[in-house]
Design a binder for this molecule. Sequence first.
Ligand code: ATP
Length: 301
Amino acid sequence: MDVVYAIENLTKFYPKQTSPANKDISFEIRQGEIFGFLGDNGAGKTTLVRQMVNLLRPTSGCISLLGQPVAGNPQHVANHVGYMPQIAHALNNMAVGEALYFTAHLRGMSRADARRERDTLLELWRMGPLRDKYSTRLSGGERRLLRLAVAMAGQMPVLILDEPTNELAPQRRRLVWDVLSRINRERGTTILFITHDAIEAEKVIQRVGIMRDGELVAVGRPGDLKQHIDQKLRLELFFAPDAPPQLPAGLAPHELQPGHWIALIERREASALLERLDLERLDDFRLYSPTLEDLYVHYAA
Ligand code: ATP
């Protein structure tokens, strides 16, 4: 299978940073795959993809796209990669249909093809009724869908999406995952994204990369990586932030936020452990079968 991106020993220090935002990262993205990056806040995911699209210069290491280096070659990325950053960039207050048509045309489609592409994308993203609406008048969710549609306009062979479903309502999240898997299937688009929506993303991800503290700690197929945690259960504890519970020996949870801890525990030890929990000090506790999301708790341990 052809390699789309090859990343070798990539390290990135921001000015005045003592530990790197990306530390000696190496991996490949293959043609036609859907690859998802997961990791805690600040793990270095956005830093990594910004280097892949040449918006940020690596401190050391190299990135090549379709066999050519990305550094010093901005046109090469622009010709092949549709990128959706996490933070919205202005859509120049164009109408939805115009934004799609002009982007497709600027990316090399004839006027007739660009019109067809606009109509296909309006249909794919269920934005037909919004065609003549100006982007500044769209809701936050509609604007995110437009940014996704703009990223793929012109049949870009590679898409890099920084949190495509962030802040979307559940129905729109599902639409995003459906559309991404459809264009992957129908157009052969290679898709790389960052997400915190691990449970939904798991349905479309073919390979996953787990990031932690600047390092790529695991890469593989979700099913293979999940074997590491299939004998475990996720335990979540909820309590008043100023009154944390005493924990049984051996339970070392990860703090998601004050008053909300999470731990992976062995299935066979679950009932004994629950008996030893200080239920008086807990507002609530929950037990779940592990999901892809729990891999970063596993690798954080
Ligand atoms: P999130 O899931 O919260 O978006 P992330 O995994 O994308 O996080 P990055 O945004 O890549 O993480 O940040 C990695 C580290 O680099 C963090 O410690 C962050 O504070 C730091 N960092 C990010 N951008 C800059 C910058 N422009 N200057 C200095 N430090 C930065």
